[in-house]
Design a protein. Sequence first.
Lengths: 230, 513
Amino acid sequence: MTERKKRIRALVVRFPGSNCDFDTLRFFRRFGHEAEFLWYKERSIPRVDLVVLPGGFAFGDRVYARATDAYAINPGVQALQTPIMGVLRTYAKRGGAILGICNGFQILVHAGLLPGTLVRNKSGNFFCDIVSCKVTGQSFFGDVRLAGKTIGIPVAHGYGRYLLAARERAKLERENRIFLRYAQENPNGSDDGIAGVVNESGTIFGMMPHPERSRDAGVFMRAIEKYVLA
Amino acid sequence: MFLPDTTEIPRALAEAMASEHTSYKSTKRFLKELPTKGSRVVVEPGENAGIVDLGGGWGLAMRIESHNHPSFIRPYSGAASGVGGILRDIFTMGARPIALLDILRFGTNKNAKRLLQEVVRGISDYGNCIGVPVVGGDLYTDATYDHNCLVNVAAFGLVRIKDIVYGRAETVGSDLIYVGARTGRDGVGGAQMASATLNILDESAIQEADPYLEKLLLEACLELMGTGWLEGMQDMGAAGLLCSTAEVVMRGRALTGRNLGACVYLDKVPTKASRMSPIEMLLSESQERMMIVGRREHRAKILNVFKRWDLETRVIGSVTNDGRYTIRYPGAHGKTVTLPMQFDEIFPDLDEEWPLTSWQKQGGVHKKAARTETKDIWHQYDWSVGTRTVKGPNEPGHYAILDIPEIKKEVVIAWSSDEGRSDTSPAQGVEHAFDTCLARLHALKATPLGITNCLNFGHPKDSMGAFADTTRALAARARKYKVPIVSGNVSLYNAHKNHSIKSTPVIVMVGVR
């Protein structure tokens, strides 16, 4: 008798301008899991294992009253006022797992669900390449097998510079909540080369690099599987 | 030349429609020689993009466009709107854009460096926001481009062959639906601009680009694919509202043989500037606008999809059976202007005679940019979004490989041009470019499917001979190796005062493996 792997049920939040939405959907589906889109105007979430805020430019990185009107640039801010974010806060309070990638990380930080701020890259330019990252602290989704490993992960962002006050940083360090760091090249000038952090209860993960684009996508999925299905 | 009346409107329209950019009047007879048919060709030139058959029910839409003149005058906006335009050409066909290439040629003076920086920033801001990866490109510098930089952008899209949408109106009573950005004064006269040499230009003719609006348009339009609610779709590109509405009807007339026409209510057009004249509204080249030909019975559902994506939409007219193009402009100064639908008769090809056997040689050094320089450029482009990039700009070589998991295959894109050789012998130059692409595809064991090309030339008086030689040589090669040309673009008048650029024919060849 063959043992059938239990399937993860994931939702990928889709804002107008999310452009890694399909990539993230495929990331789950190609490993045999169930993944569906969750439209940003939804006011409830069905029972799922994980909600992902994908990368991209939600609302074009803009803050505006109407899509065709004047706007200011501030990635992640416009998303805060949407119905889905209210629902996500409740879901998060109940201990629901969330992964924010790139723009998703920016949204989580603005929402106060993760500490710190993400600002314009130090170079002033968008940056895209495969960057060597080291898994540190309590690891990606707490997977101890990954801890200490160095993995090449694509990054692609203009606002990925992670800043955090020294005291706060020491606290995160102490609690092993910095789970990913740039190993060699720091592509955006982040403090301490921080690339990913997790909240206090270990349920909300945010990272600038794109695990769904990585040639090692499988190791990230195994970590998520282990966490969700434990 | 027959014009129904002598008021301002028909004259201005005639000029716009007949300009070089919209009618290819002096190059048509050479382009006719290019082979465009083949067993793997699904859509030939004439539509918004060419489409080749990848197998398994999927097609690849492909097209290259130049945005040379606008990028020289306002490099950031010019380059950005170039990316926007070519992407619309792809998703207008129902294809989801999956890759971009940026082929750049710049001068060697100080101004060229500034232009290049701004152009790269424009491409980067636009392409990254939309989420279409720049999977390749190249950069050469040469003093010949000091007053005329070249910004060529190629785009590729994936489409289920059964869901392809054409730029056509076929049924009397169908809605002409306007969707996207509001119409402004930007870009009025842009189509004529591309046909002028660069010493007489006006900045206001360059459009503002808005990648976020484009992204909304893209997603909304692709959501309508396969619904059967649409009859056609057309980008409001060169010569704007007038050209797009006229084109869909003209294609429908040719296809159905019916005496179709169009009626457009200008008071329904959403505008961003106040007191725009009818001509400005008809010819504005404001970006991020689409013309949808919708089946009347599905109007509510179509409008709903656009509303869901926060897009402004208006039904601005309909397809008629009177064989006329009617423009209604109600209000205090209301009037109705009617043109016969046979635009070809109103705007005959002007066969200007240029020297066809000689061309102006340039000489000078043609230099490939150093890898450190190009690295700074491709770092600013998101080249890995979409998770299809198997070989991107991070590895050397004038080719890209894209994963197509839908059919468990890979697409190989090779590009080349040889301005050095084209300068002394146009035929040899384009042959070399063709051979380089074909050799790359063969080396990677990919079956060649088709070519899209961008023919960048100087003032016709300096370069029509080279143009004729180039197209003749390209046609011969394409025929010999059975690689059809499925789409392309011609950019003439890359000239400043008495100086024309070196002939720069860019070849982009696509294969599957």
